[in-house]
Design a protein around this ligand. Structure first.
Ligand SMILES: [Zn+2]
Length: 377
């Protein structure tokens, strides 16, 4: 099966390349904003928007007027236009809000370029990008497949990243004849029906504490500048702290993503049928007790990784109803023991005196219920 796969790497451009990246981002933004303005005007006058093709033809003219547009990667400018047209399409389908003007002050600055005539390639620890040539990157894993596009980003911390989308052929994984149930843990990230408890990635929680501390410091510095009548833009200590917070935030996000990737791959590799609860995260987030643990560990990001990997590798995800009382039923005898509040971590079934760890028992019920619906489906 041909699939699209995304990779993200840190990029280490030379000073010269940095300038070029900044130029390309600026020109992409210019093109986006200019056509967005025209699009809005035309819509107001005629009740109809523009088309990508019309804009694209005009872009050619525009380059004669603003010759500096010719200096940068032309495909990046085209894809900026394409991005605008796509946003309008989604807007008219009521899938998102109307596109907004891009600002120099946006947190993340980026441009996207697409594959044409092998203009991109990865050679050793470098990526070849149009107009930039070879840029050094921190390649943490091998990139397999044909590159379709690359997005170059500059983060608020001043770091550069590249996200690469490739088309690659994946083969279904060998069947293992094994199934597993997963319970969303409260104290643990996930509890598996084989008795494993996946802990809440201690590194991440340590980093998050640190992040919160630094964020408080940032607010203090903002207040300090305000009291002194200094504009935040000129407040050196505030700006320094802001970059520090951005760097930490990035590290937390990367760590978490890495953790979720490894865990989902491990589960998909070792099991054919994976049973999980169909959680309405929105509903759960309204419950404050659960809110923190869920948002912290990105359960929904984990489920989506499981889902697409299952599709790639020929495995099955079975979602059971979130109303199924997985923590009330004894997985041994089926006795339903009634509602249990979140503090109750273990209990004993009165029928055969079986002692249960709350979450392991729940994951075993999820597995049984998942297999039941899977076989009757
Ligand atoms: Zn029992």
């Amino acid at each position: 099966m041909l699939i699209n796969k995304a990779y993200k790497f840190r990029l280490y451009p030379s000073k010269e390349q940095e300038i070029f990246i900044a130029k390309t981002i600026g020109c992409s933004r210019f093109v986006f904003n200019r056509f967005l303005g025209q699009w809005n005007d035309t819509y107001q006058e005629t009740g109809k928007g523009l088309t990508y093709n019309a804009c694209s033809a005009e872009l050619t003219q525009l380059k004669k007027e603003f010759v500096w547009l010719k200096e940068v990667d032309s495909i990046a400018l085209q894809s900026s236009l394409k991005n605008l047209a796509d946003s309008f399409t989604r807007f008219f389908k009521k899938q998102n809000k109307a596109p907004r003007f891009k600002s120099k002050k946006n947190q993340v600055q980026s441009y996207t370029t697409k594959e044409t005539n092998s203009n991109m390639a990865i050679v050793d620890n470098k990526i070849k990008l149009p107009k930039l040539g070879y840029v050094r990157l921190a390649k943490s894993r091998e990139v397999e497949g044909r590159i379709l596009s690359a997005t170059v980003r500059r983060n608020p911390s001043g770091k550069f990243f590249v996200s690469i989308v490739v088309e690659t052929d994946v083969q279904p994984l060998k069947k293992t004849e094994s199934s597993i149930g997963i319970d969303l843990g409260i104290t643990d990230f996930a509890v598996l029906s084989d008795g494993r408890k996946i802990d809440n990635n201690k590194f991440t929680s340590k980093m998050e504490k640190k992040l919160k501390r630094e964020q408080r410091k940032l607010s203090r510095r903002a207040l300090h500048a305000k009291n002194k009548g200094i504009h935040l833009f000129d407040a050196k200590n505030y700006q320094k702290q802001k970059r520090r917070v951005a760097r930490l935030h990035e590290r937390v996000m990367n760590q978490r993503d890495d953790f979720l990737h490894k865990l989902s791959t491990d589960i998909i590799k070792n099991h054919d049928v994976i049973c999980i609860e169909d959680l309405n995260t929105k509903g759960m987030l309204r419950n404050h007790k659960l809110a923190k643990s869920i948002s912290d560990v990105s359960w929904s990001a984990f489920v989506s990784k499981l889902e697409y990997k299952a599709k790639w590798y020929g495995k099955t995800i079975v979602k059971i109803s979130r109303w199924y009382p997985s923590s009330q039923i004894c997985s041994e005898c089926g006795h339903q023991d009634g509602k249990k509040s979140l503090e109750i971590r273990d209990w004993t079934c009165p029928i055969f005196d079986k002692h249960h760890d709350r979450d392991i028992n729940a994951s075993q019920n999820i597995l049984a219920e998942g297999l039941r619906t899977f076989h009757t489906a």
